[in-house]
Ligand binder design. Structure first.
Ligand SMILES: C[S@@+](CC[C@H](N)C(=O)[O-])C[C@H]1O[C@@H](n2cnc3c(N)ncnc32)[C@H](O)[C@@H]1O
Length: 242
């Protein structure tokens, strides 16, 4: 099955360094299934809170990725399906490096889920691959305040919507010796350095759309005689030079 551009970009950011990959809020599990088909990690975990989705997914995985062949088990990824709140995923039951993917839900929920997981496993190094729908500035600011470090960031456009994809680690930069990581910026860095003409257009349009959004909020707050809560966000995006 062909993945959308957004899911393909997420897939391309997953390295082979993990023992456990958690496809959280997985819905039909398209991304996790591709990671499973590509044997991206020894264990792929699928998590969503909707029972009917998870039953259907479990049926498909059982059919297309049977796990009862012990010879195969050594070379192919194992999978597990969980119908539960992502906030409670049982990372503590598994040793090795973890990648937690949370994509396609709002920035506020993404922030809450990352917070919950990080708080429950303060001594575990966890990488998070995030693709929030909206509230990117707020999510980035929060991750920065938690002293997460940035491994990579990408901006993409799909069906006239713009998505930031963030690969971050809950390990602070100083503790990350083997990888090149940087501080998280509230508005992003690399996403504003386009690699081709198409990407110049995408970043310019994304900047314009984001500014429009916050200017509308700013004007609404002014009309109501309230102090602006988003002026600093507008200033930050206005300073960006795509
Ligand atoms: C739009 S889908 C995202 C699918 C896929 N991750 C993607 O990026 O295309 C959002 C999914 O998140 C699930 N979800 C929302 N809140 C959740 C939570 N707290 N725990 C587990 N799943 C949740 C919903 O049931 C839904 O299937």
């Amino acid at each position: 099955m062909k993945l959308s551009n957004r899911l393909q970009t997420l897939h391309s950011l997953v390295s082979n360094d993990y023992q456990h990959i958690w496809d959280c809020c997985c819905d039909h599990g398209f991304l996790g299934v591709q990671l499973l088909a590509d044997n991206k990690a020894p264990h792929i975990h699928f998590v969503d809170i909707v029972p009917s989705l998870m039953n259907e997914l479990e049926g498909k995985l059982t059919r297309y990725f049977p796990q009862d062949n012990s010879e195969q088990q050594a070379v192919t990824s194992q999978w597990q399906v969980y119908c539960m709140d992502v906030a409670a995923i049982p990372l503590e039951k598994h040793t090795g490096r973890h990648l937690v993917i949370i994509a396609g839900v709002g920035g506020d929920l993404t922030q809450k889920l990352v917070d919950d997981i990080h708080r429950q496993h303060p001594n575990k190094t966890i990488d998070f691959l995030l693709c929030p729908v909206h509230q990117q500035f707020e999510l980035r600011s929060h991750l920065k305040s938690l002293k997460f470090s940035l491994i990579d960031e990408v901006l993409i456009e799909e069906n006239r919507r713009y998505y930031e994809i963030l690969l971050v680690s809950n390990n602070s930069g100083e503790a990350e010796q083997s990888r090149s990581v940087s501080e998280i910026s509230n508005v992003g860095n690399k996403i504003w350095i386009p690699s081709c003409d198409e990407q110049v257009k995408v970043s310019q349009q994304y900047k314009a759309k984001t500014l429009q959004h916050y200017l509308r909020i700013h004007q609404g707050q002014e009309k109501q005689g309230k102090p602006s809560k988003v002026k600093h966000i507008i200033d930050a995006y206005q300073a960006v030079k795509p």
